[in-house]
Design a binder for this molecule. Sequence first.
Ligand code: BG6
Length: 498
Amino acid sequence: MRETPKTADLIVFGGTGDLSMRKLLPALYHCDRDGLLAPETRIIALSRGGLDDADFRGKVDAEVRASMPLDVPAERGLWQRFLDRLHHVTVDVSGVSDEDSPGWRRLGGLLAGHERRDRVFYLASPPMTFGPFCREAHRAGLVTPSSRVVLEKPLGRDLASARHINDEVGAIFRERQIFRIDHYLGKETVQNLLVLRFANAFLEPIWNSLWIDHIQITVAETVGTPGRRGYYDHAGALRDMVQNHLLQLLCLVAMEPPARNDRESIRDEKVKVLEALRPITGGEVNRFTVRGQYTAGESGGAPVPGYLDEPDGTPPTEASHRVETFAAIRAEVKNWRWAGVPFYLRTGKRMPYRCSEIVVQFKDVPHSIFPGSAPNRLVLRLQPSEGIRLHVMAKEPGAGEVALQPVPLSLSFADTFSGRAPDAYERLLMDVLAGNPTLFMRRDEVEAAWRWIDPILQAWEAQDTLPEPYPAGTPGPAGAHELLGRSGRAWHEEDADE
Ligand code: BG6
């Protein structure tokens, strides 16, 4: 049975920004509609916008509702109830104002008398504002013993900056109050990966280097980066996707069975995986990593510009030329279970299809008595068309020579579990309100991920060469195919098994 939701004040710093409008507010509405928010719970957006509550509610009504398929008029009352929860306070998000500014005073006034409620500060703002925001909130006397703070990725640009941010936030909040979000961990299929591995007995005995040849983790996107160059030039695929989303997936695939499904056991096991990653340094960086940047090409049948020509309002800079929109890495987890099993990671913008998946490629049978047999493959599709497919060999019907064919044993989540699949942010926001940090990253986890990424970043930054070009609408640069091709392997491409 679901617990009765507790009243909370959710304060979103960067509350009118892209993430808030596109993800957080729709997710909160859906939670509200499903009865997961207490009647008195408030959502207080902070931004530089100079809006009052009515302006903000109008903006959300116009922009957020337009992006959601609401069952109007059935949901009209629910939507109005949600709008009534919203408040807006003008606080400068770039510099961070002092506590005497009208914004902090107004926020203090709104929160006064509600100290016993759960109070959540959600920082949907650039990482350099995390420390200053926490200090200001503390100085303004707004941080209560039960307050929590949610930090959006990216947490820093490298290990040193991540540590600095963690120190700054840690000076105000205790570790148990800090929720570092990686929305991939809130995806249904990602959680299902743990269930698949640890609630079924048949996989565990073969989940190791004796039976598995290699593992591929792909997050391919068709979108480019129009209007995002300001952020992306200084992030790139390695910081934006690999350091967090792809490494989190790798951890869940590679971790040992935890003793319990609780807040520390799972995170303890994930950290061990990150610490077992073999460092890729010096000359190995060229051998084991590939970076690419998309050039003009096609997406969805229409011509699209290259990264450097994306409409952005500002001309490309030196950083734009050097930044990668595609990254591929051959990683290794150095422990008993995984010794010798390569983990191939790949992510890119403007790929030919949108697909996030984990492919577990098993070894071939030790001795084949049939011609044409092929090794088994388990494909865990995270998005779209979430599901699990196990490719097994079967005999083609007919007399005469035995002919084999790989056929999928297929589980489609959409077909099996009807109903709307909740967005990752719904799950994660409810976990924050419930004070459950299991699906959030601990400080040591984030820092271990940066420790592995840093030498790759440094080597890339020191290179004279630019990322390898690949036309938009193609599956990455040639180097990515060589990364597997030199050991006789190939990337699993969408529809390869249809
Ligand atoms: C975000 C990245 O974290 O994840 C974006 O900043 C990326 O660049 C997005 O597009 C992908 O998320 P999803 O849920 O659409 O796979």
